[in-house]
Design a protein around this ligand. Structure first.
Ligand code: ATP
Length: 241
């Protein structure tokens, strides 16, 4: 790992009723790193991000930027610099692009920060398309634009750790490339990134370190470039291409 860990998760367990969806999961994200969790449908990837963010009750240990928690609370996590771009994007469709961005800064505003205009300009610089469409209703955006807005809204909170749940889902290859380019750009600005992806090829290309999650358990881990060359990963997740 380069730098100090910003996030350290160990023995994380989540159950839905009697079904355990996550069993003793662990992971570490170093400062300024992109870490990816790959795995098949239903492996528990979304569950893992939701539990870390405090959106689901969990057991285990989560250490985030010096804060040690058992079952975290979402407001506390946001206030402390963690943000999640959910798989379903969860935008406010009846509100404009700009108002969605404003809402992303709500917690920081409440904490007394008044740097929202500047942050919005930074988001618009990263996504010029959003600036062009700042007055458009979010519900009328294309899939790619919606994903950009979801990322932009998360950035309005100025996160230290940005978690992305399947950012490439349902997007055309060109847009996927654009999103991944932005992710590496964010890393170079010092944002740590935890990326959940079914598109293992793209994720392993961009990540520093990777975990394979299978039926709720971490099955493999290693530097992303090493996992990309591992025969088991190639067979299960990368195909022959
Ligand atoms: P995908 O890539 O398909 O989104 P995933 O790896 O993100 O999959 P999860 O969505 O975390 O997987 O689901 C893990 C398991 O937990 C699945 O078997 C799923 O059916 C189950 N599960 C998820 N949410 C709930 C819920 N609210 N109630 C009951 N079971 C759930």
């Amino acid at each position: 790992l380069t730098g100090n860990p910003v996030l350290q998760v160990s023995d994380l367990c989540v159950s839905y009723g009697l079904v355990e969806a996550l069993t003793n999961a662990r992971l570490t994200v170093g400062e300024g790193q992109i870490v990816t969790v790959i795995g098949p449908n239903g492996a528990g990837k979304t569950t893992m991000l939701s539990a870390i963010m405090g959106l689901l009750p969990s057991r285990g240990r989560i250490e985030f930027d010096g804060l040690a928690l058992t079952s975290p609370e979402v407001e506390e996590m946001v206030a402390h610099g963690m943000n999640l771009v959910p798989e379903k994007r969860e935008l406010f469709g009846e509100m404009s692009v700009e108002d969605n961005l404003v809402l992303g800064a709500f917690q920081r505003y409440r904490m007394g920060f008044r740097d929202q205009a500047q942050t919005m300009e930074e988001v618009y610089a990263l996504f010029p398309r959003l600036k062009e469409r700042r007055s458009q209703l979010a519900g009328t955006l294309s899939g790619g634009e919606r994903q950009m807005l979801a990322v932009g809204r998360a950035l309005m909170a100025k996160p230290k750790l940005l978690m992305l749940d399947e950012p490439s889902l349902g997007l055309a290859p060109l847009i996927v490339r654009e999103i991944f380019r932005i992710i590496t750009q964010l890393r170079s600005r010092g944002v740590s990134i935890l990326l959940v992806e079914q598109n293992a090829r793209a994720a392993l290309q961009v990540a520093d370190y990777a975990y394979v999650l299978e039926t709720g358990e971490i099955a493999m881990e290693g530097p992303a470039s090493e996992l990309a060359d591992d025969p088991r990963v190639i067979e299960a997740y990368l195909g022959l291409g």
